[in-house]
Every structure is written in C-alpha cells, then in structure tokens.
Design a protein around this ligand. Sequence first.
Ligand code: PLP
Length: 277
Amino acid sequence: MLAYLDSRFLPKEEIRISPDDRGFLLGDGVYEVIRSYSGRLFKAEEHFQRLERSLRELKITGVAVAKLQDIAASLLERNDLRGDATVYIQVTRGAAPRRHSFPDTDTPPTVYLTASALQPPTQKIENGVKVILVPDIRWARCDIKSVALLPNILASQQAKERGAEEAIFVRAGTVTEGSHSNFCAVFDGELVTHPKTNHILAGITRDVVLELCRALGIRVREFPVFENELAGANELLILSTTNEVMPVVQVNDWKVGDGKPGPIAMKLQRAFRELTR
Ligand SMILES: Cc1ncc(COP(=O)(O)O)c(C=O)c1O
C-alpha cells in the first residue's frame, strides 16, 4: 500500500516518523477521514475546509492544503481503490526538541496521508446499533479535529466492553455527540441535534443530513437534546463519515421505540445512498 509523507509517495511500511514528532510526543496535530465511493472522494472540499480550520485554530502553518485533495485522489488511484475506501490525513506541528510551546517557526509540519479499503457496516446501518451514555470529560474545543483523542478512546473502549457500537457523551445533562460520530434524536417528526458549538465536532455527515432533511421536508432543530428526554424520542441516530446514517435501537439497557430503525432513519438512508451512488 502506498502512503504519502512530506511530499513523497512511499510504501507504507517504509514510512518513518521522527520520535521527536510533536504528534507522537504531545498529540499536537489534527486529522481528517474522507470516505470514497467507487473511487471518488465524497465531500472532499468540505473535509479540507474543516482541516484548514482545525490548522488555523491551532496555529499550525505552512501546509499547502489546496494540494492535499489531489494527493488524496492520487492515493486512491495508485492503490487501485476503486470501491469503498477511506483516506486518512494527519498534519502535526512537526519534529522538534520536546517542549510545550511552539517550535521554531522554520519547523515544517508533518503531512501524512494514507488510504485503505473499507468494509462498510451495512448490517449495522440496516438493523441499528446499541449505544451507551458516558460523561463528556473532553476539553472545551471539541470543534477542532485534534489527534489527541484520549477521552474518545476511553469512551469507545467502554462501549466495546459493554457490547455497544458507540459511546454518547453527556455534558451537564445534555447529549453532545458520540466518541466518533454526531448524534440526533427525532421527536414527533422533528430531528433535533446539538448546535455547532465548541462542544461538538461540526460533522460533514451531520451537514449532509441536515441538508437532506430540508430537501425532504423533515423539520430540524439545532438544539441540545436533554438526557432525561431521550427515552421519549421516537428515533435516535448516529452520523459519521464511515457509519453514514446509523439508527440507534438501544441505549444502555433500554430500547428506542419498538427497537427497530424508524421511518426518518430509513428515509434519510435512502436519500444518502442516492447522493453517494
Ligand atoms: C467526535 C466526532 N464527532 C463527529 C464525527 C463525525 O464527523 P464526520 O461526519 O465529519 O465524519 C466524528 C468523526 O470522526 C468525530 O470524531
């Protein structure tokens, strides 16, 4: 498999990153995951805009983001990934002697891209999944797609150990998002999801789904869902690049509605499939 590091395409097993890289030492970097369908990147521009924003917010400079889209497309081609795949992009503040403050301004960022074939979670999308609720112990800049993911990792592992697909964060009584997905609830035909604030990542799938709602005449309210109103929801969904529109049919030990994916989930899935075809 060919990957890309700092201006060169190389076999992935030959890629070497410095032990002084600030991504390795300090989690000082950002990332993106882009889905491709039939060899074509989906919503690439939106992902690169978000990458640009993450870099800007962290003051990581010197990255030619405009070139990365071609590199991502080229990786798919060079690796003959014509079906379902993902491209992973990571940019760190570069390699420099370890200290907390930024390195010298001439330190180039580390830019790494890799592509892999994806087995889409078709059964889970069709049948729905279980989630668990966990306290949101993350920092107050969840809008930045940082590689520093410890709270997400701990939450996701807890979900796995409890037989759940995803852990959903609860902050001060409101549901924010999942460990690697956005979260929506449906009440009386209206889809409710946390507004884009510093407490969630502005998901690209979330944007696509809100746009689909508008096109399909499904009412949308960008407002926090309270934990104590979850049990009254008709439907729950998680959204992400790799999970697309995934119905939630169980929370902790209780069932959502009749325990099956609901009509809004199925409507959105059909429309989503049309977009990615
Ligand atoms: C914390 C978090 N929220 C939301 C999402 C969904 O974002 P997207 O739809 O852009 O994949 C992700 C994706 O990895 C995530 O890590």
